[in-house]
Structure formats: C-alpha cells, structure tokens
Design a protein around this ligand. Structure first.
Ligand code: PEP
Length: 250
C-alpha cells in the first residue's frame, strides 16, 4: 500500500523460556540498520518474557507486544492480563482474536472488539486477527466470513495508527500450506474495500498483514502482493535467523 510502512511481526505463542532470550537479543541486533527506517518489526513473546524482552530491546527498533489481553482494566480474572499491564511492561502492541484464542477460548467477535478497545484505551496498537477455516473456504464463504469478522471485531475507534489487521486463514496456520498469491490479493483487496468504506482515509492506510506459514522462502512473494503490508509469523519467528531472513525479504 503506498505510503504505508510495513510491519513484520512474530508471534511466539506458548513457546519461549529464559533460554530463548538469546534469540530476542539476536533479533534486536539484527534489525538495527537502514532497513529499519523502511520496515517496522515487532515480537510478541509469551507474557512471562514481556518485561525482560522490552529491556533487551531498549536500544533496538524491535518493538515488543503481547499475544492477548483481557477486555477489562483490572479485577477478579485469575490468570488474565490487562492491556495496562502490557503497557506497563513497555509493550506497544497486543494481538487480539488470534484463531487459536477464538477456538481454544471460544472468543467471539464482540469479545475481540472489546479487547481491541481495551488496548486502545491505554494507547496500545491492537493487531486484530481474522480468517476463514478450511471448510469455510471450500464452501466459498471466505469473503463473507472476513466481512462479518471485520464488522464485528474491529472497534469504531480504529485508526491506521492504533489498529493493524492480520488476515490469517486458519487452515494455513502452522500447516505449511499457503493460499496462492491471487487468493491473498483477493482477500486483501476485499478487506481494503470494507475498511475504506467504514473508516475512509484511515481504512485506506490501515496495515493489513498476511499470516499463515510465512517462511524465509515464500516471504518475498507473499509480501509483494498488493495490499499486503507485512506479515504475522508464528513458527518461523522462533529463530532469529528465520525472522531476520523474512524481514530482509523487504
Ligand atoms: C500465527 O499463528 O499467527 C501464524 C501465522 O503461525 P505460522 O506462521 O506458524 O503459520
């Protein structure tokens, strides 16, 4: 998208211990340099590593975010973390509505929207994930699913600054399967149209990431598709070498 700075974001999911901090250090070092003026980078480690990760990235353009937040600001919600807690650890972003949370924790579009609003309230960027299942694609319902999820999960207060959309076909996550470039182009053009209709100029420049089996070997092709403004990377973000190779594909 013209005039939009791409974002390469990693999602470690439920992976990573103190032993993995060397990978974060290597990423923080690897993204120093002129390319960082043109491409933003973000890593979302598990919440247990958030605070130490932001300290490691103190002098690096690598930003640190979380993988989920609760929709409320505080209170009796054992095991959950609030958006404010993420901001307090110097996190800048939070992923909301990842398909694994929609499935494992039965998260609805309304809940995802409330989580994005909680993120915005403390000036975090919300990365709102949407995407069709394999069955929905086979039934030809992909665009209809994206329309419903965008309408339901993205808050009215979304701007190009505070919101990133990640298109992640559920069947492509962790499977090694990817849609064709033409399929990605169709989905992203559709999302761009929906967001522009609802948010005007903000929708026209909101970042749209592609996620689902992005690897060093396919990053250039996928990132080159029209309306793809970066990647959300699971498995290939665990090793600094792979994450940096995808970043350098730009
Ligand atoms: C993800 O979980 O956001 C993801 C895209 O995973 P992977 O890259 O492993 O398919």
């Amino acid at each position: 998208t013209p005039d939009v700075t791409p974002l390469v974001a990693g999602n470690w999911k439920m992976n990573g211990t103190r032993a993995s901090l060397d990978q974060i250090k290597a990423m923080a070092e690897g993204v120093k340099g002129p390319l960082s003026k043109k491409v933003e980078t973000l890593l979302c480690p598990p919440a247990t590593l958030l605070y130490v990760a932001t300290a490691l990235c103190d002098d690096s353009p690598l930003m640190i975010g979380a993988q989920d937040c609760h929709e409320k600001t505080s209170g009796a919600h054992t095991g959950d973390i609030s958006a404010e807690m993420i901001a307090d650890c110097f996190g800048t972003h939070v992923i909301v509505g990842h398909s694994e949370r929609r499935t494992d924790h039965c998260e609805s579009d309304a809940l995802v929207r409330a989580k994005a609003e909680a993120a915005h309230a403390v000036d975090l960027v919300a990365i709102v994930c949407i995407g069709e299942t394999g069955d929905e694609r086979k039934e030809g319902r992909t665009l209809e699913v994206l329309k419903t999820q965008l309408a339901g999960s993205v808050p009215d207060g979304a701007t190009a600054e505070n919101t990133v959309i990640a298109y992640e076909p559920v069947w492509a996550i962790g499977t090694g399967l990817t849609p064709t470039a033409a399929d990605v182009a169709e989905a992203h053009a559709f999302m761009r149209g929906e967001l522009t209709a609802r948010f005007g100029g903000e929708g026209a420049k909101m970042r749209l990431l592609y996620g689902g089996s992005v690897k060093p070997g396919n990053a250039r092709e996928l990132m080159g598709v029209a309306n793809v403004d970066g990647a959300l990377i699971g498995g290939a973000s665990l090793k600094a070498e792979d994450f940096l190779a995808i970043y350098r594909a730009y």
